[in-house]
Design a protein. Structure first.
Length: 345
């Protein structure tokens, strides 16, 4: 049985967690997430403010996670921390703190890729959300379609060529006069819209696409965002619910159909969702309805695990710890970094 302290500071959530376990038998002992509401007034995350907020929060957040789990730094076997990708200043707060704990207590430090953390996160709540599976990772900074034959081996099938799905939600929310973060607000407004009033094209989703085409699995949401911008400029405020509905349906159908292509092509019977947009109930419902026709089961995280959190980082860290991985004390933070363990599809 191994006990891992996880730390996550890649964007605007300061999070710490403690997990115990071995292999896929893992128990989340504690999870603390402190969100930075200050960014709401700016309509998006301000990197310098995020870094300063992490500096203020990191000690009490880690202390609280240890207290809630009944653990102490003396009973921790390793520290796992997000070191990429993300806002470099924010990441450095977590990485520096994790390395200090590791050095002071004489335990290993494990640098974890943020998106690999999302691959592991759903398994904390669903025991069957384990490989092999098709993963759709959708967040404010990333949209990725990944085939996962086993932990540590990942085939990147498709990714966004411009805006991530979460970023598109935030930008459309701003166009519609909705608060940040935009996803939940757009979903609620869309529920009140009339689907017959407006329809947007499904971006990079055509019937003539075939496996092997460069755009068969890839995503692109910048054109959809521009279509919403033009619709807002041409419409009255009373039409905003209909615009939100059309946008929401376009983005959900695109995500679902691209995932269905991966499931059919690779013969997977499990679909795992991860990232903040995985908390979108409409997306989850549409995904389950579509995958049922393909004989695949969908595993979606709760809102707490869908958002950036340290439990998923600890879980990915445990996997690497058990295989002998250790990060040096000169571990650095990176704004971008390829997903580790990439193999050919």
């Amino acid at each position: 049985m191994t006990r891992i302290l996880g730390i996550e500071t890649s964007c605007d959530e300061t999070s710490a967690a403690v997990i115990d376990g071995a292999g896929d038998e893992v128990t989340m002992q504690s999870l603390v997430i402190l969100s930075q509401d200050v960014h709401r007034i700016f309509g998006g995350v301000v990197p310098e403010i995020a870094s300063r907020q992490h500096l203020t929060a990191i000690v009490p957040v880690v202390t609280r996670a240890l207290t809630e789990s009944g653990a102490t730094l003396d009973t921790i076997d390793a520290v796992a921390v997000t070191h990429a990708p993300g806002l470099v200043g924010a990441l450095l707060v977590g990485v520096s703190f994790a390395k200090a704990i590791a050095f002071g207590r004489g335990v290993p430090c494990l640098g974890v890729h943020h998106m690999e953390g999302h691959l592991f996160g759903t398994a904390l709540e669903h025991r069957d959300a384990v490989p092999p599976f098709t993963a759709l990772l959708v967040s404010g900074g990333h949209t990725m379609l990944v085939d996962v034959p086993e932990w540590g081996r990942y085939a990147l099938l498709g990714r966004t060529r411009d805006d991530a799905a979460g970023e598109a939600f935030d930008k459309v929310a701003k166009l519609l006069g909705l608060p940040y973060p935009g996803g939940p607000h757009v979903e609620r407004l869309a529920a009140t819209g009339d689907p017959s009033r407006l329809r947007f094209a499904r971006p990079m989703l055509r019937r003539d696409q075939r496996p092997g085409d460069a755009d068969y699995y890839d995503f692109s949401f910048s054109g959809l965002k521009t279509a919403v911008l033009n619709a807002v400029h041409a419409a009255a405020p009373d039409d905003h619910p209909h615009i939100a509905r059309a946008f929401h349906e376009a983005i959900v159908e695109t995500l679902v159909e691209k995932t269905a292509r991966a499931v059919e092509q690779h013969g997977r019977r499990r679909v795992v969702l991860g990232g903040g947009v995985a908390g979108n109930r409409t997306l989850v419902g549409a995904m389950r309805q579509r995958m049922q026709r393909l004989g695949a089961e969908v595993f979606a995280p709760s809102a707490r695990i869908a958002t950036d959190n340290a439990a998923m980082i600890a879980r990915a860290g445990l996997f690497h710890f058990e295989r002998g991985a250790r990060s040096p004390l000169d571990l650095n933070a990176f704004a971008t970094l390829p997903l580790p363990g990439l193999v050919d599809a």
